[in-house]
Design a protein around this ligand. Structure first.
Ligand SMILES: Nc1ncnc2c1ncn2[C@@H]1O[C@H](COP(=O)(O)OP(=O)(O)OP(=O)(O)O)[C@@H](O)[C@H]1O
Ligand SMILES: O=P(O)(O)OC[C@H]1O[C@H](OP(=O)(O)OP(=O)(O)O)[C@H](O)[C@@H]1O
Ligand SMILES: O=C(O)c1cccnc1
Length: 491
């Protein structure tokens, strides 16, 4: 395989699990492939034991859907697949159907950067069931990872209390696309820049960096290393000071900083990458201040995450910029968001909807029926609750929301509260109708959204559980449907 040619210039329509194709074949063979259905993509619990999640990945999703087409090569490959009987898995008629397939669904989604909660649909797809089914895997692949990383980045940025976080994760990321997607999601979640140059070029993210230990080690002395770097990049000097002795390293940086200043340049600062970052940053700050460099930045890196940042803040560490790699891009303490994609309705012959529910012994795994929308209520600039409702049914004047995990918990949204509906139209009959926001608009949206939530939602330990519920008639309907299904199961 030639990586750039074969992988990066291929159609992505086969980026799905085989079972989506066998089901699509089944729908087609049974004459059901064009039956109208509704699917929702949602997750069941916040990552990192947190109280919020940042939706991310939609621009990739839009690009995927807009280019959804099986190429001749894709079809030729599918024709080679064999069943257990060693005969072709798919008959020619189905391959012709795939070759002619045009994306014709209606798609609604929550804009990227929006704060979202368990059970809320992030994406709703309505259209021929074979198309909806094929999209399950790629949509989850895109949204789960980027949402996870954007949320992790937001947590890290909350911990630094506005001080810049630089994303340094490419070397530890999950492969090539993982690294790119992580840099994008981390920027949306709040990081100020990335060290990933290709992400800079592809997404328009600022790129930043310092230098590595190898630079220092390649010279006879640390002073030589710093001086040479200063000669080459006099306006880009953040000296990594911990290769041999951190305190001595800071003193060397100061010496070179003074020479730079005499030449009309200003050293940006130093980077600490090992040892006790609280103690060493306080010491470095003292040395820099005393030497006349009160503006010099102290960058810290070394396996940081939001908890270590919190702890360093409590120790009064004098760190102004936080370089974070591994624990951000691998979402270290929770490596996957458990987003799922479930069917929720099918159109009947008379034009009405047949709503679907997946049963489970675990309440959290019972899916929600309907053609769902999310209404977010707010008062005095603060979000106060979200209502998941069935858009095609009439809803009562008073918005009562019922906790999907515990039907005894309900509350009424105040009649005078303002609201907005989160799912926005993206595609109408397969045509893109949405203005894709710039990455900086998405980033600003995420930051604004977070501001509008009560601080309790954003704390790390035992976060406040923001009220999200099913609209009352939807909840009642869901429980009737569950009772009905259980009765049918017993008989
Ligand atoms: N003052 C501190 N409080 C809490 N955690 C810290 C503090 N200083 C550093 N850490 C964190 O401790 C972890 C490991 O640091 P440790 O000192 O064990 O190894 P190290 O400095 O990486 O050593 P080396 O790089 O020389 O092998 C890192 O995740 C780092 O971010
Ligand atoms: O610690 P992270 O959050 O992943 O941040 C990125 C790390 O990458 C670099 O280290 P390098 O790859 O040279 O390895 P090392 O510092 O762990 O030896 C850099 O010095 C950071 O320590
Ligand atoms: O520029 C840096 O300092 C950097 C880049 C990648 C990983 N660690 C550090």
């Amino acid at each position: 395989m030639k990586l750039t040619k074969d992988l990066y210039q291929t159609s992505l329509s086969l980026l799905t699990d085989l079972y989506q194709l066998t089901m699509a074949y089944g729908y087609w063979k049974a004459g059901r492939s064009e039956n109208e259905s509704v699917f929702h993509l949602f997750f069941r619990s916040h990552p990192f034991k947190g109280g919020f999640t940042i939706a991310c990945g939609l621009e990739y999703v839009i690009d995927y859907l807009d280019n959804f087409k099986f190429s001749e090569d894709d079809i030729a490959y599918l024709a080679t697949l064999k069943g257990n009987d060693d005969k072709p898995m798919f008959e020619q008629g189905f391959l012709d159907y795939l070759a002619d397939l045009k994306f014709t669904c209606d798609v609604e989604a929550v804009p990227e950067g929006t704060v979202v909660f368990p059970q809320e649909p992030l994406i709703r797809i309505k259209g021929p069931i074979a198309q909806c089914q094929l999209l399950e895997t790629p949509l989850l692949n895109i949204v789960n990872y980027q949402t996870l990383v954007a949320t992790k980045a937001a947590r890290m940025n909350l911990a630094t209390k506005g001080e810049p976080v630089l994303e340094f994760g490419l070397r530890r990321a999950q492969g090539i696309d993982g690294g790119l997607a992580a840099s994008r999601a981390a920027y949306i979640g709040g990081c100020g820049a990335t060290s990933n140059v290709l992400a800079g070029r592809l997404f328009g993210i600022p790129v930043k960096g310092t230098h590595a230990h190898s630079w220092v080690m390649s010279f006879d002395t640390e002073m030589d290393a710093f001086e040479t770097y200063a000669d080459v990049l006099p306006n880009n000097c953040v000296f990594l000071v911990d290769t041999y002795d951190t305190v001595q390293g800071v003193r060397h940086a100061v010496e070179v900083g003074k020479k730079l200043r005499a030449q009309g340049h200003e050293m940006i600062g130093v980077r600490l990458d090992s040892g006790d970052l609280a103690y060493l940053s306080i010491k470095a700050r003292e040395i820099l201040d005393e030497a006349g460099f009160p503006e010099a930045t102290i960058v810290a890196s070394n396996d940081l995450d939001e908890n270590i940042i919190n702890s360093l803040k409590l120790q009064d560490a004098k760190i102004n910029v936080w370089g974070i790699g591994t624990k951000l891009v691998t979402a270290y303490d929770q490596p996957a968001l458990g987003g799922v994609y479930k069917i929720a309705a099918m159109r009947k012959d008379d034009g009405s909807w047949d709503y679907k529910v997946k049963l489970s012994e675990q309440v959290i795994k019972i899916s929600n029926p309907g053609v769902l929308q999310v209404r977010r209520f707010y008062q005095d600039g603060e979000y106060i609750g979200d209502m998941i409702f069935n858009e095609v049914e009439k809803i009562p004047e008073v918005a009562t929301i019922i906790d999907p995990m515990d039907a005894t918990r309900q509350r009424d949204m105040p009649a005078n509260a303002e609201f907005k509906d989160l799912l926005q139209p993206l595609f109408k009959s397969g045509e893109l109708t949405y203005r894709i926001p710039t990455i900086d608009e998405v980033k600003a949206h995420a930051a604004n959204e977070l501001k509008n939530f009560h601080a309790g939602v954003k704390r790390f330990i035992n976060p406040h559980s923001y009220p999200v519920g099913l609209e009352k008639t939807l909840s009642d309907y869901k429980y009737d449907l569950i009772r009905d299904l259980r009765k049918r199961k017993q008989s």
